[in-house]
Design a protein around this ligand. Structure first.
Ligand code: MOS
Length: 780
């Protein structure tokens, strides 16, 4: 018996699940699926695609082939700003197997792609023209692309290409760029400065003050699957869609298939119906897998050479072409009274950015909602640099912002001689301190309390440096984790019902986090079908809706769309039943889905299976599509995931080395939909947080703007031996105002970890490190 079956066979298992109510409005009824005990939601169902992945039959984007396919290699610029004077391609063109050398001199005319967060169709990282002129905008910009019969031939030919440049002055030094910082137009669509009261005056008047500067470095994306795609231009019947005319067929690794189609259509001046992207398996996205130059260049080269193309970025290529997290310098100033109540909370600072994108690293996001303070001032300025545009990277803003804020809270607790959890408890707000909205569901204190108990927080010594084992000084630290609940517009779902089960199709994504599994579970519960009878289709731009796998919002977005589609399906089914059906005369709101059919709420005898309804109506299938309702919940409440991270760290008193001994995350993220995949999500985020705390740092040469460590040999991420025992727990309290009662869990795991580690290091040895990563040189 599977865990899911066990769950389903529970005593208190009711007959079925009613249609979801108007949960997103005040006074609305919560989604019945938020009740865990009813239908197996929360059960640790193993991954539905697990066998395909471990046997290698799951094909990733760089593993597809087309007849006549050639391989691409890129040449990257060696200057950060200036012009290309000449490109010597003669040797490359004479080499074995070379099919094409493409530069700005022969690339097809391409429109500039729409930029993410600037245009509704935007998936691109920046607004630079792509291989259209002799201009160079960052060190690492692609300046040539080679196609050859094999990857080795393409790589060798790319190596042989010589480029002469006329370099111009470039802003590649953050210290210098900071002196020209400016306030950006917006931060994620909101203001770049937020004030409540007069924080500066309140800070000056406060009995206790902490005023410190925290710095965080650049980070690069290092998904286990580097960016790759395989594509072909075909005509008419070459595409399975059967569309007439030229079509572009792409196997990509994407977290936004529909936005990528919309952007590529603009770049190539064609209809969106002429582009088909599939992306069924993605080896990690984390914000880095939208649209960058490599996809556009591959498609342009394929057109020019009239050959299908595979382009797989090398690890170095990912660093040159795909943006990462920007560096930040943050000031946190806290003013508190004798009881530790915050009077003033200031979180301001500067992040590196370019003039060609629209993502000021939003480090104040978490600070907006975490603590009650009468006077708050939050602001972000940006320092423009000649660099690859920065982008989203797991919990952009919160991951580095909580490092600063939660380190400062620890410093204040230390000054007050107060337990850091108690300090946080005293500043727990009743309403969102900056928006004034009520919280939809906030059980942070419960998460902190239960986590502290499990971790053994009471064993912590308030005085640093008290616990020692040989050379090792040992300490404990904690920090708050948080990430907003979001549900973006545009989601839609199609449900196709047959006598044998249902197919649910939605343009969503599985990047390894368990979407396919969890959504199969949700759809099964919602429709009253066993999981074996649900086929969840996703990762295909031909499917309904527009669902971004980002912002930790995909689960809620899909959930909202499936709710709408289920309502439509039930209405259509009721329209099919005849006078002699036991369901005759019932309205959708009197119906529940149970036992592979529809039944009257609270009446076991009025029931028909889906198969009976379809068969009697003479239909082999019924297909409906519906758009998710608007995300009104976001206007009514302040909605966030919360958690507390606990860390036990050892600091070697001889070498300065830090080893994490234990890590625990206690989360409050609404209803957890699958205990197994959720644990992995949280744990993965926390491991990434360890990288942020102790290792990850992109070394950016301030003289040249060159990323100097574009490889996993030089850019360190945690490996097996760096990862301690990690415990994960959660409150599992559903939010009545979201689909399934769920909040996002994709990004919160990385938040708070940087500060929890820094605070544990301080508790171990008495050294406060305010500059990430916490490497041994900073502790000696
Ligand atoms: Mo996430 S950084 O929104 O993929």
């Amino acid at each position: 018996m599977s865990a899911l079956d066990k769950e389903r066979s529970g005593d208190n298992q009711p007959a079925g699940v009613a249609l979801a109510g108007d949960y997103w409005r005040p006074e609305g009824r919560p989604d019945p699926l938020s009740e865990k005990w009813r239908i197996g939601i929360g059960a640790p169902l193993s991954r539905v695609d697990g066998a395909e992945k471990v046997t290698g039959s799951a094909r990733f984007a760089g593993e597809f082939t087309f007849e006549g396919m050639v391989y691409a290699a890129l040449v990257y610029s060696a200057i950060a700003n200036g012009r290309i004077l000449a490109i010597d391609r003669r040797e490359a063109e004479s080499m074995d197997g070379v099919v094409l050398v493409m530069t700005h001199e022969n690339a097809p005319r391409l429109n500039t792609p729409p930029v993410f967060l600037r245009s509704p169709n935007g998936a691109a990282g920046d607004d630079h023209p792509i291989m259209q002129t002799d201009r160079v905008h960052w060190n690492g910009q692609p300046v040539a692309l080679v196609l050859a019969e094999t990857q080795e031939q393409a790589d060798a030919a790319a190596e042989s290409i010589r480029v002469d440049y006329a370099a111009e002055p470039a802003m590649t030094d953050f210290e210098l760029a900071k002196t020209h910082a400016r306030q950006p137009d917006n931060v994620l669509g909101g203001p770049a400065e937020i004030t409540v009261g007069d924080a500066d005056a309140a800070f000056e008047a406060a009995a206790h003050q902490i005023d410190a500067t925290y710095t965080t470095p650049r980070h690069n994306h290092n998904a286990i699957e580097p960016h790759a795609l395989t594509l072909a231009w075909t005509t008419g019947d070459g595409d399975e869609s059967g569309r007439e005319g030229e079509t572009l067929r792409i196997h990509d690794a994407s977290q936004c298939v529909d936005l990528a189609v919309a952007s590529l259509a603009e770049v190539f001046g064609i209809e969106t119906s002429q582009i088909h992207i599939t992306s069924p398996f993605v080896g990690g996205g984390f914000g880095g897998k939208a649209l960058w130059q490599h996809q556009i260049l591959a498609a342009a080269a394929a057109k020019l050479a009239d050959r299908p193309v595979r382009l797989a970025l090398s690890r170095e290529g990912v660093y040159r072409v795909v943006g990462g997290r920007a560096c930040t310098e943050q000031r946190v100033a806290l003013g508190a009274d004798e009881q530790g109540r915050l009077q003033a909370l200031i979180h301001s600072g500067i992040a590196a950015m370019t003039q060609h994108n629209n993502l000021p690293e939003p480090f104040f996001q978490a600070t907006k909602c975490l603590y009650a303070a009468d006077h708050i001032r939050l602001s972000i300025d940006v320092a423009d640099m000649h660099m690859l545009a920065n982008t989203f990277m797991r919990a952009p803003g919160e991951s580095v912002g909580t490092f600063a804020l939660e380190s400062a809270l620890d410093e204040l607790a230390d000054q007050l001689g107060m337990d850091p959890l108690e300090l946080r408890r005293r500043n727990e707000p009743e309403r969102d301190p900056t928006s004034g909205l009520a919280f939809s569901s906030r059980h942070l204190l419960e998460a902190a309390r239960s986590g502290a108990e499990r971790f053994g927080w009471s064993e912590r010594s308030a005085t640093p440096g008290r616990r020692r084992e040989g050379e090792w000084q040992i300490g404990m630290g904690c920090a708050t984790a948080t990430y907003p609940y979001i549900r973006m517009p545009g989601a839609a779902a199609r449900i196709t019902l047959t006598p044998d089960g249902a197919t649910v199709g939605i343009a969503a994504h599985e990047m390894g986090m368990g979407t396919a599994t969890v959504q199969t579970q949700v759809a099964a519960a919602r429709l009253g079908l066993p999981v074996e009878k649900i086929a969840f289709h996703y990762g295909d731009s031909h499917l309904a809706g527009s669902v971004l796998a980002g912002g930790s919002q995909q689960t809620a977005a899909i959930g909202g769309a499936v709710i709408a589609a289920q309502r439509a399906l039930v209405a259509e089914l009721l329209a099919l039943v005849g006078q002699d059906s036991p369901l005759s005369g019932l309205s959708p709101d009197e119906i529940e889905c149970r036992d592979e059919g529809l039944g009257a709420l609270g009446n076991g005898s009025r029931f028909e299976t889906y198969a009976q309804i379809l068969t009697r109506a003479g239909q082999s299938e019924l297909s409906v599509q519906a758009d998710a309702a608007g995300s009104e919940e976001l206007a009514n409440w302040s909605m966030h995931s919360f958690g507390t991270i606990f860390c036990e760290a050892g600091v070697n008193s001889v070498t300065g080395e830090v080893r994490i001994r234990r890590l625990l995350g206690s989360f409050d993220c609404g209803r957890i939909l699958n205990a197994k995949t959720a644990t992995s999500q949280f744990r993965g985020g926390m491991i990434m947080g360890l990288g942020l705390a102790l290792m990850e740092e992109t070394l950016f040469d301030p003289r040249s703007g060159r990323v100097m460590n574009p490889s996993l040999a030089d850019y360190h991420v945690p490996v097996q031996m760096d990862v301690p025992e990690i415990e994960v727990m959660w409150t599992d309290i559903p939010d009545p105002h979201t689909p399934m009662g769920a909040h996002g869990i994709g990004e919160i795991g990385i938040t708070g970890v940087g500060a929890a580690v820094a605070n544990a290091v301080y508790n171990a040895c008495g050294k406060r490190v305010r500059d990430l990563p916490i490497t041994l040189d900073k502790l000696l």
